[in-house]
Design a protein. Sequence first.
Length: 383
Amino acid sequence: MASEHIRFLIIGGGIAGLSTAWQLARLGEGPRTTLIEAEDHLASHSTAVNAAILRSLAEDPVSTTLGLRGARFLREPPKGFSETPLVDAFGLLLTAGADRAEELAAWVESMDPAWASRFESLDADQIRRRVPWFAGDVTRGWWFPEEGRIDIGALVAGFTRGAREGGVGIRRGVRVERLMEEHGRVVGVRCDSGEEIRAETCVLAAGGWAGDLGAGVGSKLRLKPTRRHLMVTAAESNLDRSWPVLWYFGSPEEGEFYCRPEAGGLLLCACDITDVDPDRYDVDSEVRRLIATKASRYLPELRDARAAHFWCGVRTFAEDGRFVIGSDPDVEGLFWVAGLGGSGMVCSAEVGRLAAEGLTGAREDRALMAALSPARLTKPELG
Ligand SMILES: Cc1cc2nc3c(=O)[nH]c(=O)nc-3n(C[C@H](O)[C@H](O)[C@H](O)COP(=O)(O)OP(=O)(O)OC[C@H]3O[C@@H](n4cnc5c(N)ncnc54)[C@H](O)[C@@H]3O)c2cc1C
């Protein structure tokens, strides 16, 4: 490998790394950027196994802002980004039982009023008319007609093609063993093949593995990889394919549940969450039973449906649940694009934009960058 000068070395070829590479290419930094991915294929971990749901509303208003901006990109990507639409907008219904209705109403109220035309508030009767097949105990709901399912393949392909065309070097099958440090500064990476790659800045976009790589050079940032399961029912369950995404916030005992149409069946999630080691986790048959129990309670028509697929993946969170985008406050030469939790696909374009602008100092969105900065988690509050 020729030793060319690398300004930005992105570690990880999931959606975080690819969207950052694409946005760096748009800023003219492609020829000085290299992305390395451990696997032989890009986007083969969390980015490949998620529910592909476009839901922009989150508990945290900062995350909602990222979601709304990310959703706008998905609906109206730049010309030439994808030959096919990135969203199948069959609508998304957020519903809550009496225990959580007020909490959800507060999330909605915290949205910038400029987005108010994007959704409609529903009472219990209106919800029952819209989703007559749903037997959950609902009090209030919010209907987002422009939301639905993201075409993950098209999104990944668009970022990858644009990054390559903009000059980003993409190398697969290159696994970082550790970050290299000289005089208190990260200067590159050492790969498990023994190769050393030097760069001005290392961009940690390594999903569930980012936390350990950063800790190896003394970063104080801690991230938590967690596991979540999904199930898809067999196609013969005689479903009306025009169902929207339905996301239910039940009582504290019930927890959350969501479903959406998938390949003639339904994709179901019991919203489980368990801490895991990203190198050592597997499916848990208890969760399979939990999904079946919730599905037969909320979707009685589906009582006899068979499971066609059942799998799990990793969602990685910072302590406060918000993404981490920015320079490490304690380790020079290290920049984070991580902790994308359960909405990395929705927010991908915005994540890449903020990361690329933070890296290059171009037109930085200062208030948002401060809210996402790793320093918010590693610096003790003053006073
Ligand atoms: C069950 C489930 C459902 C979800 N549903 C949704 C949803 O509906 N909507 C939504 O927006 N989001 C959803 N998500 C979240 C979304 O999938 C994640 O936020 C997103 O994929 C995170 O992307 P990433 O690039 O950070 O991580 P990843 O996709 O895991 O990418 C990290 C990459 O880094 C590479 N890497 C790691 N270590 C090294 C190393 N040492 N050297 C080189 N490369 C390395 C890995 O091989 C990997 O390719 C869901 C997630 C799960 C698990």
